[in-house]
Design a protein around this ligand. Structure first.
Ligand SMILES: [Zn+2]
Length: 286
């Protein structure tokens, strides 16, 4: 079975979508993720500028599996905000717009942060998150899949335990269209000790089910397990360590899931090198 390993790639001019696909091929990423605009805003570049047709042609020519490409929704979206109606309403519009953009790119999976319980009422926030997701998914004809990301548990962030994500998933009507994006740095910071990778994967399988695992974000962590910090580190330079991340990349049950690096790029290290490093090890071990 093909093992999917890639990274985040920026959607930027002049080549936009075409440029992303070109970059993915160049750095040997057989899966990848991008933001359909700046992650810190709701703004999206005009579709006519994005060289989507050229990108799709390149995907076809190179036999890239479109099911392994994912979009990450804007960080600003908080459809669990039951205090500020303006934030809630604009978040809902923004998420619908992300789905519209995904359709343009012919992508079927969107990674979404579950949101924050602003005001501190977790129960009400989770209820609002569930009802909003249902409203959006029930009316979506494009069969979009939402992958709720595991969070580090900063402040009032929702989704920092497998149980809480399961609770949200349980409330969704269209069961096939809801799943999880597991971020290794986030779950480690949330208290899941990746020094025992098998145990954590078993735990996920027992509580949520591996079938629900749509995407994995591969990041090392600058901080200790349980720190609730969320600071990504390059592979092997953080507290999770190379061997534990290597085990995740190699895990047979995770081969078909897109594994996306979101590590910092510096003068010394970039995605091409990190992918090569992990791939070399893959072929050495098999
Ligand atoms: Zn994220």
């Amino acid at each position: 079975m093909e093992n999917y390993l890639g990274c985040y790639i920026a959607l930027e001019g002049p080549d936009f979508y075409y440029g992303i696909i070109k970059k993915a091929i160049e750095i040997n990423a057989n899966c990848f993720m991008f933001y359909a605009g700046s992650p810190q805003t709701y703004k999206k570049p005009p579709i006519s500028l994005l060289k989507i047709k050229e990108g799709l042609e390149l995907i076809k020519k190179n036999n890239i599996n479109k099911n392994k490409i994912v979009i990450h929704a804007s960080y600003l979206i908080n459809i669990a905000n039951c205090i500020n109606k303006n934030v809630y309403e604009s978040s809902k519009i923004a998420l619908k717009n992300e789905i519209k953009m995904a359709k343009e790119f012919q992508i079927n999976t969107i990674v979404l942060h579950p949101g924050c319980a602003v005001g501190g009422n977790k129960k009400k926030s989770i209820e609002l998150l569930i009802s909003t997701l249902n409203e959006i998914l029930d009316n979506d004809e494009n069969n979009i899949k939402i992958a709720l990301e595991t969070m580090a548990g900063k402040g009032s962030e929702l989704g920092s335990t497998f149980e809480e994500l399961k609770e949200i998933i349980n409330g969704i009507n269209k069961k096939n269209n809801i799943g999880v994006c597991l971020d290794t740095c986030h779950i480690f910071d949330a208290g899941y000790d990746l020094n025992d990778v098998n145990k954590i994967i078993q735990q996920f399988d027992k509580i949520i089910g591996l079938k629900k695992l749509f995407v994995i974000h591969i990041n090392d962590s600058k901080n200790n397990c349980g720190s609730h910090k969320d600071r990504h580190e390059n592979i092997g330079l953080g507290k999770i360590g190379f061997n534990n991340i290597y085990k995740i990349i190699h895990h047979k049950k995770l081969a078909s899931i897109p594994k996306i690096l979101e590590t910092p790029e510096t003068k010394e290290i970039n995605y091409k090198k990190e992918i090569a490093m992990l791939k070399t090890t893959i072929s050495q071990s098999s």
